[in-house]
Design a protein around this ligand. Structure first.
Ligand code: GUN
Length: 300
């Protein structure tokens, strides 16, 4: 194995430390405690785990955490009323509505009801438009985490060929916009791309966000490239015992690590960065709401 393994767990801990320092300063110098509200509708077990982790890490960096757990049959009107209340609450600087929502609720309508200045997910249509036009906005957490890791690895990204495999609104598209903002030459590829292997082989930066286990083998990776694997796929692992599973990314790690210059593992790569960036976005939103300087290195 020749690649440098990018330690997302350690990097995320560093980001959380920076957030905690900034939170302490906001408290000491301005008497302001940043607050993050997380809304969970229903009882999806995976979502409950995410929400619990978010709440725990929010408190650990010294911020206020407001959890709103609503029953699965909550009406759209009731959910929108809660969002209005959080929009108007000066103690709440960030609002996150955990997705997916139960089927009877219109996610777009709900997300777009959040005050864009408090939209720490960066999913509101105003933030999407601002990002697309290179303006100051709230940036989706996972792509922001990937960008931070790439900047740490490369310094300047200007002029590099970046290939993003995956075109989701949450990762692929905003990732491409961020890389373009850092002056990369960006290609968005996806499952229908012709000669996907060849496209990937041109990448100095390869971001895999397709959600297909180990779809990208090592011989699609340009020697020395930086590979960011956003995929988190749970696959059967009979070698660990009957009914056991293991987590793999969208990249075939072992073969890619032979060729790449640097690569994120799964687990322990991009995953831990997402919540760290959510905390970073909450501090950023709090600073902007109060007309205070933003933390350096925690924004796009
Ligand atoms: N569900 C899984 N990931 C996310 C995320 O990043 N934000 C929200 N709101 N819901 C999610």
């Amino acid at each position: 194995m020749s690649a440098t393994i990018i330690d997302g767990k350690a990097f995320a801990a560093k980001v959380r430390e920076q957030v905690a320092t900034h939170v302490a300063r906001l408290k000491d110098e301005h008497g302001i405690t940043p607050g993050l509200a997380v809304v969970l509708v229903g009882e999806d077990p995976a979502s409950e785990v995410y929400v619990r982790n978010k709440g725990k890490q929010t408190l650990e960096v010294g911020m206020n955490s407001f959890e709103h757990k609503l029953p699965a049959d909550t009406s759209e009107a009731d959910l929108l009323a809660l969002i209005d209340q959080l929009n108007a609450d000066p103690a709440v600087h960030g609002i996150l509505v955990q997705l997916p929502l139960p089927g009877h609720l219109n996610s777009d309508l709900v997300i777009n009801a959040i005050d864009p200045a408090k939209d720490v997910d960066g999913f509101h249509i105003s933030n999407v438009g601002l990002l697309g036009t290179g303006q100051k906005c709230m940036v989706p957490c996972t792509p922001l985490g990937c960008l931070m890791m790439l900047r740490e690895q490369h310094g300047k990204l200007s002029g590099l060929n970046a290939v993003v495999v995956g075109r989701s609104n949450i990762v692929g598209k905003p990732m491409a916009q961020l890389l373009l903002g850092d002056s990369c030459t960006v290609t968005i590829a996806h499952s229908r791309t012709k000669d996907l292997a060849e496209v990937c082989r041109r990448a100095d930066i390869l971001v895999a966000a397709v959600g297909r286990p180990e779809m990208i083998p090592g011989d699609w990776v340009k020697p020395g490239a930086t590979v960011i694997d956003v995929g988190i796929n749970r696959i059967p692992a009979p070698e660990k015992g009957e009914g056991k599973h293991r987590l793999v990314g969208d990249v075939e790690f072992a073969s890619a690590a032979e060729v790449a210059g640097a690569i994120t593992p799964v687990p322990g790569g991009v995953g831990p960065m997402t919540i760290a960036c959510l905390l970073a976005n909450t501090v950023t939103a709090c600073c902007r709401a109060n007309g205070l300087p933003e933390p350096e290195g925690l924004t796009a």
